[in-house]
Design a protein around this ligand. Sequence first.
Ligand code: HEC
Length: 250
Amino acid sequence: MNKLVRLLAAPAQSRPILKLLGASAVLVAITVLLASFKTPRVSAGPESDRDQDESKVRIGLEIAPVPLNFEKKDRKLVGLGSYIVNAQSDCNGCHSQGPATEYLGPGNPYLLSPPHGPFTGMQHVNPATYLGGGRDFGPFGVASELTHLYSRNLTPDKTGRPEGGHTFEEFLTILRTGKDFDQIHPNCTGSPDGNCLLPPFNGDVLQVMPWPVHQNMTDHDIRAIYEYLSAIPCIDTDIAGAPVLRNDCK
Ligand code: HEC
């Protein structure tokens, strides 16, 4: 028997070279396995954009807190718009009537659960105030007699167009520049009348509304928000002293 044959025939413990080879093979295997875990999921630009949009559309459609009207709407845009409105931008936080009615009592996640409070553990946005506007942001400007600022009604009117019947071009202008097409609080030309804004505030642009942030969104995202706002139910909001927030839904 030559040396090699004797080595192979010997029991494992007495085969140091084979043991070493075996151990390195295991090490290599583990390293390859770990490396494959760390490898980033590479996918081409446009493809990964599409993947991301698809999950946003799915989540958006799941979390919309009101029934949606898909008639003559692009379902994907509606879903993406819902994702932006309901998962990212909290439009309803300002465009409902305020914290007291934004959620239905047992569905208000800011409250304690029984026995100390009503929260059931399931969020429930109040559909009667959802994006209907009317939240009072208080007296604005330097003199106390100045007008109160109210968020506007974003729900569609009889024409089916959102936020008081504005076209998409107007909506784009609002989100990019803050332009107030309705001129609800123009610049004061004489003494304050409880309605106009005094310097240094610019009465031509929306105050409080985060358009200086929204203006950085893509056209596609703003289009999606518009499509979503066209799909939600119309509601009328009546607040004493607030500007007209009615759509005459019916
Ligand atoms: C921080 C509070 C706040 C948030 C968040 C907010 N808004 Fe507003 N928005 C307002 C207020 C207040 C006004 C009215 C401002 C005024 O009268 O100067 C307004 C006005 C608007 C207008 C003008 C309506 C009209 O009839 O001309 C549009 C459109 C609008 N918001 C859309 C949105 C959308 C869409 C979102 C979410 C992507 C959003 N807003 C988020 C507070 C907010």
